[in-house]
Design a protein around this ligand. Structure first.
Ligand code: AMP
Ligand code: MG
Length: 487
């Protein structure tokens, strides 16, 4: 009888790129790995045996102590504009094991984050702390539950080693699953450090991997740019619609696949305030909630710059083509956002005045310090009472306009309710809940709080009784909530 296997099936197409795109390197083993979380449903969707993954042999892979058969580990090189400044980077604390092929033929990067030093580590130790890795696990899974494209989290292992930050912290490794780890920064790296041939190899690889349908386009590199722009316009609109703030939208943290990537200082907004910034290092609010769509455009301009030599052999014409394409970004974003906002308000068709109706509501929410998620939830279930916003005269007037708007469409109120239930989540990973979960895990080794939170976040549109306690707001605090990069 053949021994049952976990089901890993590795391929390593990225390592076929020119060798300046990566450094072959194994993860650095850790002392005493212990599994903290395993994502059973993700494992199943990848065709992996979760039970076997819990065995010592399975955990050894997540810890970097064992390289699975067929994997060819490497650290990826990339560059990036960090807070507007160009830097050469690369995986300083991550190792790509390879690409796992699922039984249905899908291809996913399997990456260990926190797996030791690499040639790109600079002064870092190559390691990660348990808190930030669990945070990535929670928020990325919450994003998935919300229906937002994202990298996923397959496992978190505690390394049994301590790492030193401002204090001594338990070390951990996250196993990240991604459509790929190609970033805008990967293209900037190619444009800055290699030949045009290298850049072309990368672009062809990205097309093959993510957009094979444009392979035969007349100008396939311009088509690649458009594809990425379309994905990002849709993604960032989705962030805005749920009040998600990425926190560090550097170009190295923008994936070509259109997935949300690199959960560092990210967080969800409670009270609606477009100036919300959580990241302690974002002093000027570059990545504030309201700036995210514009920064998306800025990052795409860097992507276009990197691709210029492929757009046209004459630079002037290449710039013109890029500019023309980029001009569509704002409109594209706006269409996504408007469609999403209409749905949040139960509106099926389009009227010119919709934008103003939406903006008025947002302004009122801002003026009255209303909770973003709970306001839409209350509108959905027609439970508009008990808050400063709902008690205000301006809101009563707005509500009349909204109701008149709903009456002008063919669909019934029941149809609107159904639509709104699928677009307005009952729960988001509220900061106080995430903190509570991480504190229990890190300080008293209690993973049950995280487990419960994850269960509730799995289906945020369920609107069930278990979610009720997770929709309550934090106690008022005089300190604004702050997040840290968690390195
Ligand atoms: P991030 O802010 O997570 O996007 O990371 C920016 C860069 O710093 C990436 O190249 C990371 O790999 C690198 N980095 C972050 N933390 C560490 C660390 N502890 N050791 C080495 N490199 C790190
Ligand atoms: Mg990053």
């Amino acid at each position: 009888m053949t021994k049952k296997s976990i089901g890993w099936k590795f391929d390593n197409s990225y390592s076929q790129l020119p060798n300046n795109f990566f450094t072959r390197l194994n993860p650095t083993p850790v002392r005493s790995p212990e599994l903290a979380f395993l994502n059973d449903s993700l494992a199943a969707s990848l065709g992996l045996d979760a039970e076997l993954m819990r065995s010592n042999e399975g955990v050894a892979v997540f810890a970097g102590n064992e390289v699975p058969k067929g994997a060819s580990p490497l650290a990826q090189a990339y560059a990036g504009h960090q807070f507007g400044h160009f830097t050469m980077l690369g995986d300083g604390r991550a190792i790509l094991l390879g690409e796992h092929l699922t039984p249905s033929g899908e291809r996913f990067d399997i990456q260990l984050k926190g797996s030791g030093r690499t040639p790109y580590s600079r002064s870092g130790d190559g390691r990660a702390a348990l808190g930030p890795m669990l945070r990535e696990y929670i928020i990325s899974e919450a994003m998935h539950g919300l229906g937002i494209p994202t990298t996923r989290s397959l496992a978190v292992v505690k390394t049994g080693e301590s790492i030193i930050r401002e204090t001594v912290l338990p070390g951990a490794i996250l196993t990240r699953v991604a459509a790929s780890h190609l970033r805008v920064g990967t293209f900037e790296y190619a444009a800055n450090s290699g030949s045009v041939q290298d850049l072309q190899s990368l672009a062809d690889y990205a097309i093959m991997r993510h957009f094979p349908e444009i392979e035969d386009d007349e100008n396939r590199y311009l088509a690649l740019f458009k594809k990425v722009m379309t994905k990002q316009a849709a993604l960032i609109a989705k962030w805005q619609l749920v009040g998600f703030i990425h926190g560090v939208m550097n170009t190295d943290n923008m994936a070509i696949s259109g997935e949300t990537i690199d959960y560092g200082p990210c967080a969800f907004m409670d009270e609606y305030n477009p100036d919300t910034v959580f990241s302690s290092i974002d002093i000027h609010g570059r990545y504030a909630y309201r700036n995210q769509p514009r920064i998306g455009g800025w990052n795409l301009a860097r992507f276009a710059e990197a691709l210029l030599p492929l757009f046209h052999e004459k630079q002037e014409q290449a710039v013109e083509l890029a500019q023309e394409m980029l001009n569509d970004y704002s409109k594209m974003y706006m269409e996504n956002w408007l469609t999403g906002m209409r749905a949040k308000l139960g509106i099926f068709n389009a009227e010119n005045e919709d934008e103003s109706l939406i903006e008025q509501l947002l302004q009122l929410m801002h003026d009255h310090h209303a909770d973003y998620t709970n306001t839409f939830r209350a509108l959905t279930f027609n439970q508009m009472d008990g808050t400063e916003l709902f008690n205000s005269e301006e809101f009563t007037k707005w509500k009349q306009q909204w109701e008149a708007r709903l009456d002008r469409q063919q669909e019934s109120r029941a149809d609107s309710l159904e639509l709104m239930k699928t677009r307005n989540p009952a729960v988001i990973p509220r900061n106080h809940r995430v903190e509570e979960a991480l504190t229990a895990a890190v300080e008293i080794n209690d993973l049950s709080v995280t487990k419960k939170l994850l269960a509730v976040l799995k289906d945020p549109y369920a609107h069930n009784a278990q979610q009720e306690e997770y929709s309550t707001l934090p106690e008022p605090s005089c300190q604004p909530y702050q997040t840290f990069c968690g390195t």
